[in-house]
Design a protein around this ligand. Structure first.
Ligand SMILES: Cc1cc2nc3c(=O)[nH]c(=O)nc-3n(C[C@H](O)[C@H](O)[C@H](O)COP(=O)(O)OP(=O)(O)OC[C@H]3O[C@@H](n4cnc5c(N)ncnc54)[C@H](O)[C@@H]3O)c2cc1C
Length: 248
């Protein structure tokens, strides 16, 4: 690779490129496809409600989980059966709990995350479902101790698996490739691209995986690939007592 061409048509010469998009997008930009013995599998997705409120609930911390009684069944419903959770387990996030400056005085920022099937597993009519599902989630939380939640939280945005897909995320999930055995550790798509020496991948679609800490590690691994640092790992000579310095 000798240059990157931006969407505006600007050509930027480069010695190396780190592609931190989705795995499938990265390969598409390179005109290649990941070579895998079995098809890639994607994580479940999520419906996310974004809103705000003037209320404070004692039960709400920065992150608060509200488990349904049938939370084990939800794994089958969203990951295999492609259905909405029959007894929702929900994550409510209130970032203003730790950073009040994120909202005007007297208001709280609220988001509600409901795990949901991705678009490969469930073929649901998201535009049609979204308003009723939003109301169902808010009433579920009102019934789990957040008195008045359905009435006092103003929802500004409902993000569904369809929305994630419209934002370019494969299978309509923001959680990328699932962490099945065949997509974890040494079996996860590598950060090297076969046949192109100066391109390295980073982000949640490559090693080590999904989540902020793994993604930060992926950036470090990508940098080590480009600087050659990953090759400088020293191995102790037989019988030597020195320690091994891991650099990647
Ligand atoms: C609602 C939600 C809550 C989460 N909560 C947590 C949490 O509490 N803790 C945690 O550890 N993880 C959490 N995660 C997961 C975590 O956010 C992700 O795993 C992580 O952000 C992925 O980072 P990334 O750099 O791979 O992708 P992204 O952060 O999605 O970055 C990819 C970037 O590439 C850009 N891009 C895509 N295509 C192109 C293109 N063609 N050209 C140029 N740019 C492009 C995108 O615009 C984007 O900016 C959460 C995720 C979601 C959706």
């Amino acid at each position: 690779m000798s240059a990157v061409v931006t969407a505006e048509g600007e050509r930027l010469a480069c010695d190396a490129v780190v592609l931190a998009t989705e795995l499938t997008t990265a390969y598409a930009l390179l005109g290649a496809r990941p070579r895998r013995p079995v098809p890639l599998r994607y994580s479940p997705s999520a419906v996310v409600l974004h809103g705000s409120t003037h209320r404070e609930w004692q039960a709400l911390d920065h992150h608060t989980l509200f488990f349904g009684g049938a939370w084990r069944r939800t794994f089958a419903e969203i990951a295999r059966e492609g259905r909405l959770m029959s007894d929702p387990s929900l994550l409510v996030t209130r970032p203003t709990a730790t950073d009040p400056a994120l909202a005007p005085p007297g208001r709280q920022v609220i988001s509600v995350l409901a795990p949901a099937p991705n678009l490969h597993t469930g073929r649901l009519d998201w535009p049609g479902l979204a308003p009723a599902y939003r109301d169902e989630l808010l009433h579920t939380l009102a019934g789990r101790g957040l008195d008045g939640f359905a009435h006092d939280v103003t929802i500004d945005e409902v993000v569904t698996p369809r929305t994630w897909a419209e934002r370019g995320l494969a299978a309509g999930t923001p959680f990328s490739l699932s962490h099945t055995l065949l997509q974890t550790g040494p079996f996860r798509p590598a950060n090297r691209v076969r046949g192109i020496d100066n391109v390295v991948l980073a982000g949640c679609g490559t090693v080590p995986g999904v989540g902020i800490p793994p993604v930060l590690i992926s950036g470090r691994l990508a940098a080590a690939r480009l600087t050659g640092e990953h090759r400088t790992r020293r191995r102790p000579r037989a019988g030597a007592s020195s320690s091994v310095r891991s650099t990647s």
